[in-house]
Design a protein around this ligand. Sequence first.
Ligand code: EPU
Length: 459
Amino acid sequence: MREKKISNKIFDPFENFRLITENSYIEARYNGPLYGVVDVAGAKNMVTKILIAALSGETGKVKIRNIPWIGEMDITLSLCKRLGVDFKINPDKTLELKIDGFKNPEVRFDSYLGNRVSLLFAGPVLYKLGKANISKPKGCEIGERKIDFHLAGFQAFGIKIKEYDDYLGLTLKHKEFKPATITLPFPSVGATENLLIIASMTKGVSVIKNAAIEPEILEMVKILQKSGVSIKIDANRNFIIKGGPHKIIDVIDIMPDRVEAFSWGIAALSTKGDIFVKYAQQDHLLTPLSVLLDMGAGIEIYPDGIRFFYKKNLKPIKVTTQTYPGFPTDFQQPLSILLSQCNGISQIHETIFENRFRYLERIKTIATSGRIEIMNTCPKNEPCRFYGYNYPHVAKINGPICLGKGDLQIDDLRAGFALLNAGILSEGIKIYGIKLLYRGYENIVEKMQSLGADVKLVI
Ligand code: EPU
């Protein structure tokens, strides 16, 4: 019997994202401390990948709950549409997916907009069609962001690669993936997820050595395990995966976005306010919370969220970004805004991406006191894979930094929140390039306004 199609065209939560152009901007200025309660949306860096992992399953239906209404979802769903995936988005933040074959092998962005996850479609599309044409990933420009680990993994699983200017032509050498053992030169989040998805469909035992273990990845592991895939993780972060055809569980819940949760904490502390961040989870924030405690922040942890509040002058600190469970690279951008308000010298050593401080150069242009310095030289006695390269990956922030007026451009998504937070501490700025911000943060202006911030979106 033919199943009824479930697509609809009525509800479109991404309309606002699409309306934002390069001329749109946000106006922000200081309006006192932020107070109140704010909800954290579903995690951007889980939802898009788990949606793709779900497509690797055998025929059936999957419901994904707690979908964030962000641009990243819009971009990912446009790839699904092109592949002929049947889905329905509902106002209650659920996504209903019909898991089936694909109508064609084209995983191609249909506009200038793109993201990192195109490459993760390789596994499901190859598994079901034997070939895939995949747009090269796009995304925030925070370093070179090579894809060599993904490609080496593809080859190990028996995938033939032809590289074109803007896409990859992939075919299976034999009829199916062959089990593989891959050692990642660095625990890459995207490569771990990509190869995990492929391994989950591959008959036999595959091993991913030196894998990343970010919470979003462990959520994927949990969902695949619930779907019958055997995945063991040893003490050295090696994943041992016994894959094969599997049917994905019926209902998937998206974890709260830990980057958003932390960012609201910073917004509270930097404005000397008090915010209860609903759904923030301590488990995902152990190291960052302790960094804030070391600075003297007020933090109370509850089962349904975390309260961040200002108690006393915060102390400057030194932080080095690392893979999980170290201090995450995505958190350094909001953190630096808090550091700009502390009295004294703080330091951030970025060791994941080689060029993630451009937003601080922007902030320098509106600073009327204090000093921000971006350096290429690693701090003494800190091992760093960027040692000896000329990368601007160390920031010294000598605060307090008063923020005046000006126009600022967002260079990458996380910088978007940082500039907005700078805006609500400033005499008045206009922030451009906000499409990037709306790719990752749901209702950001409305949420800020509900906490008392003076921010206005001009489309
Ligand atoms: N790398 C390579 N070769 C590869 C893959 C990675 O050299 O084939 C390098 C990268 O250049 C980088 C490092 O390995 O220096 C780590 O990159 P990773 O692959 O872990 O990053 P990603 O998967 O591209 C995800 C998040 C980022 C987050 C990083 C690190 C998504 C969509 N993106 O990127 O999030 O910063 O992991 O945790 O999950 C964001 O949300 O704004 C964002 C940038």
